[in-house]
Design a protein around this ligand. Structure first.
Ligand code: BTN
Length: 253
């Protein structure tokens, strides 16, 4: 994959989306907080890119895709609890379009083998929208920007062949997010959960740190239930946790 010039100007649309492109923002998610549905923003760099946990800053150097997309979330609110999983699932399909096979580490870290290709941060700032933030390593060098990431990340440029530019990659992501959103609205989560669980069919040993519990819990990750909650088998039996109860999932193999 090689770097080609960016052909789409700011304001171009992809599949009904309005895509705004800015050189630098603090965080595209923060910037998108009050934008209307079907608006997306991409920045060349973020000065305060945010990860899923408060202590996790997101390295956002030039050449990566730092994208936030605003999706409509009509009531009931409970329907959208699975949106982080649906968004991760949509990103997997977008990557397939780009010729890359990746996997999800629950809930929505996008991995190739043991290395992280992309991360997602889904936030609700208003009652009727959600912001889906996607950080995808493309041509950037996260491990040069932060040496602690050495050996832990992978870039799309090292995996995909052909010429792609960041706006084209953004458009592929946005199309897939729109399709995932439409499927969730139309058919609910169950077929998406089945597909995710088929991808997670091999039990994977994990260590879970639960909110407010210092001692981690070990067991086999068994995928998600129809409400998107994590299922785990431990030596004492099976348990189910929702995302707000889990502060960290570490894969052990
Ligand atoms: C994680 O893996 O912890 C989530 C990382 C999410 C990073 C993206 S980059 C675009 C958007 N803006 C942010 O500040 N964060 C998300």
């Amino acid at each position: 994959m090689s770097i080609v010039s960016e052909t789409l100007p700011s304001g171009a649309t992809a599949d009904g989306w309005h895509l705004e492109v800015l050189p630098e923002v603090s965080s595209t998610n923060t910037h998108a907080a009050r934008l209307p549905a079907w608006t997306a923003i991409r920045a060349s760099t973020q000065t305060a890119g945010r990860g899923r946990t408060p202590e996790r800053r997101w390295v956002s150097d030039t050449g990566g895709l730092w994208l936030s997309a605003v999706l409509p979330c009509p009531a009931p609110r409970s329907r959208w609890e699975v949106l982080p999983l649906v968004a991760g699932w949509a990103v997997l399909y977008a990557l397939e379009e780009l010729g890359v096979s990746a996997r999800l580490r629950w809930p929505n870290d996008v991995m190739v083998g043991k290395r992280k290709l992309a991360g997602l941060l889904v936030e609700r700032y208003t009652e009727d929208t959600a912001v889906v933030g996607v950080g995808l390593n493309v041509f950037n060098h996260p491990d040069r920007a932060d040496t602690a990431l050495s050996g832990q990340t992978v870039r799309l440029a090292d995996l995909a062949s052909g010429d792609h530019n960041l706006n084209e990659i953004a458009a592929t992501m946005l199309t897939s997010l729109r399709a995932g959103h439409a499927q969730l609205l139309r058919d609910g989560f169950s077929a998406i959960a089945d597909d995710l669980n088929a991808r997670w069919s091999d039990p994977r040993p994990v260590e879970l740190t639960l909110v407010g519990q210092p001692a981690p819990l070990r067991g086999d990750f068994l995928g998600v239930d129809p409400r998107g909650r994590l299922r785990i088998a431990t030596t004492t039996g099976r348990a189910i946790y929702d995302a707000t109860q889990v502060s960290l999932l570490r894969e052990l193999d």
